[in-house]
Design a protein around this ligand. Structure first.
Ligand SMILES: *Cc1c(COP(=O)(O)O)cnc(C)c1O
Length: 423
């Protein structure tokens, strides 16, 4: 079944324009954003306050604070949990960089835990070995739309008296045992960046069910002030604060998208079921799993190439890059999301945060190691994976399943042509 791959001049399986962009915009978005624009209250505006109420209700949290990024909400979580100078905070070795750099912003030291091959999330069996008397908190990341097993995390945290922060930036609406992420730990952070399942351009949300956490997070959020949005300002910094507030137009956009979020997630789950049917027969790829008790939202559909069967274990990343290039030429919007596990990133290897080796060598610090060999699963995953978001996202529907499946089949059945690709 030799067919010329598009990268070698053959015709692509999926044509330009067949896959629609994210997010879908309709009259609801236009109306709400325009009303905010004309409304005249762009900071501390009514849409910010309503967005917080609506998101808290949607997710099942008591409190929510809207922010200008998910990273801001993560930093607020660290501060709300009382993490401070020299404290160790556990975080998975594979995630977005700011899952770990938010720890540095609080003067704490990230301690990485390897991931589980099956779920791609933190390996809960390896958490306890990383805990020391200086460990203060765990940042769990619900990666790709799949919740971490929170029964296991919460029981470890309880045993060792640790705070739990959920990085839910990729997992709006993901569930564990029927309960939504962001409701298990002490605090949680969501992102509303362009690519996320709830997009307001940029933006985020801090959520908690604890009023003390809320107050501490709010101080950091707005210049160390302690007033509520309804009270008048006394222009006094009571604590170290940043400027993490959201603006009204972004919040209006977020509210409009939130009103459609449940239908987006339903569409993603339908699209995944359909896509899986068309990928199951493709040789030498490993499809992502949805373990029992987990409601996956398929934020990112991450496939691993079986480099062992492909005989490319020793040059996995390079061969993966060729496969990705061939798939992209066929019109599949797939890419390599994170090719560096966090502990291999320069910021950690060089121990360069706020200068002069701090926080790693501050007087409160207990030394840590960032040896890539300790994160072998994250290393292998980084080299073997590719991920896609668009074909699963609304307004794309079941029509794309057969096409993406056919493109994968074409590339994986013409490996001799892939071998010849120059990078
Ligand atoms: C996107 C993302 C963040 C950061 O969110 P921003 O809104 O971009 O600051 C943090 N963690 C994870 C896992 C993410 O995917």
């Amino acid at each position: 079944m030799s067919e010329k791959l598009a990268i070698n001049g053959g015709s692509p399986v999926i044509n330009n324009g067949e896959i629609k962009n994210w997010p879908p915009i309709d009259e609801i978005d236009r109306k709400m954003v325009m009303a905010s624009l004309e409304g005249g209250r762009h900071a501390f505006g009514p849409n910010c306050i309503e967005f917080e109420k609506e998101f808290a209700k949607w997710n099942g949290n008591q409190f929510a604070v809207t922010t200008n990024s998910g990273t801001a909400a993560l930093h607020m979580s660290l501060v709300a949990c009382g993490c401070g100078a020299g404290d160790h905070v556990l975080v998975p070795a594979y995630s977005w960089s700011s899952s770990a750099t938010c720890i540095l912003h609080s003067n704490c030291i990230p301690v990485f835990v390897d991931i589980d091959w099956e779920t791609m999330n933190i390996d809960t069996r390896k958490i306890e070995a990383a805990i020391t008397p200086t460990t203060r908190a765990i940042v769990v990341v619900h990666l790709h739309g799949l919740a971490v097993n929170m029964d296991e995390v919460l029981s470890i945290a309880k045993r060792h008296n640790l705070k739990v922060i959920e990085d839910a930036c990729q997992a709006h609406g993901a569930t564990f045992k029927g309960k939504k992420v962001g409701t298990f730990g002490d605090c949680a952070a969501f992102s509303f960046n362009q690519n996320k399942c709830l997009c307001s351009g940029e933006g985020g949300m801090f959520v908690t069910n604890n009023e003390d956490n809320l107050l501490k997070a709010r101080q950091l959020w707005s210049f160390g002030e302690i007033r509520t949005p309804a009270e008048s300002r006394d222009y006094h910094a009571y604590a170290l604060g940043w400027m993490y507030r959201n603006n009204d137009m972004t919040a209006a956009f977020g509210r409009a998208q939130l009103s459609k979020l449940d239908s987006y997630i339903r569409q993603q789950r339908d699209n995944e079921l359909n896509l899986r049917k068309h990928l199951e027969g493709v040789p030498n790829i490993m499809l992502p799993a949805e373990p029992a008790n987990h409601g996956h939202t398929w934020y990112n559909y991450t496939i691993r190439f079986d480099m062992k069967a492909l005989n490319h274990e020793n040059d996995a990343a390079a061969f993966r890059n060729k496969l990705v290039k061939a798939l992209q030429a066929e019109g599949v919007p797939t890419s390599v999301w994170q090719s560096y596990p966090l502990p291999t990133m320069t910021v950690f290897q060089a121990r360069n945060a706020y200068g002069k080796g701090c926080p790693w060598n501050c007087q409160h610090a207990v030394p840590v190691k960032y040896d890539p060999k300790d994160y072998s699963v994250a290393m292998k995953h980084s080299d073997w994976h590719t991920g896609m978001t668009l074909p699963l996202r609304s307004p794309n529907g079941p029509e794309l399943g057969p096409k993406v499946g056919a493109a994968y089949m074409k590339v994986m059945s013409n490996l001799d042509q892939v071998e010849g690709i120059t990078l």
